[in-house]
Design a binder for this molecule. Structure first.
Ligand SMILES: [Zn+2]
Length: 113
């Protein structure tokens, strides 16, 4: 499962941070995930519980913040609100919209002991 390897890399990052900053326990992990990141949040939650078992993030709460999809319309020369990739610009109907946000998958912050 794709989400399993995402969680493994999250745990790796947490362990690196723990070594660098000297914390021993993680209470909460906040992730920012865009709708275009291709991640199933339910599968991610399940994988997180499995992968963190026995790590310093065991039992940590997983908070998922969904970021908006944003685009840049080239004919309009301005940022526009789109819902997904290949959506037309709501202002001019052009398909020359570059996706500028919504693909992120990152750790926003950690709450640690
Ligand atoms: Zn436009």
């Amino acid at each position: 499962m794709h989400e399993m390897s995402i969680c493994e890399s999250i745990v790796n990052v947490i362990e690196e941070q723990a070594a660098a900053q000297g914390f021993g326990r993680v209470r909460r992990v906040r992730l920012e995930i865009g709708p275009l990141a291709g991640v199933e949040t339910e599968a991610l939650r399940f994988s997180f519980d499995v992968v963190t078992r026995g790590s310093l993030a065991e039992g940590a709460a997983l908070e998922i913040i969904e970021t908006p999809v944003t685009g840049w319309c080239m004919p309009c020369g301005q940022p526009v609100a789109v819902r997904e990739r290949f959506d037309a610009c709501p202002e001019c109907g052009s398909y020359q919209v570059q996706i500028t946000g919504g693909e992120e998958l990152r750790i926003k912050d950690l709450e640690v002991d």
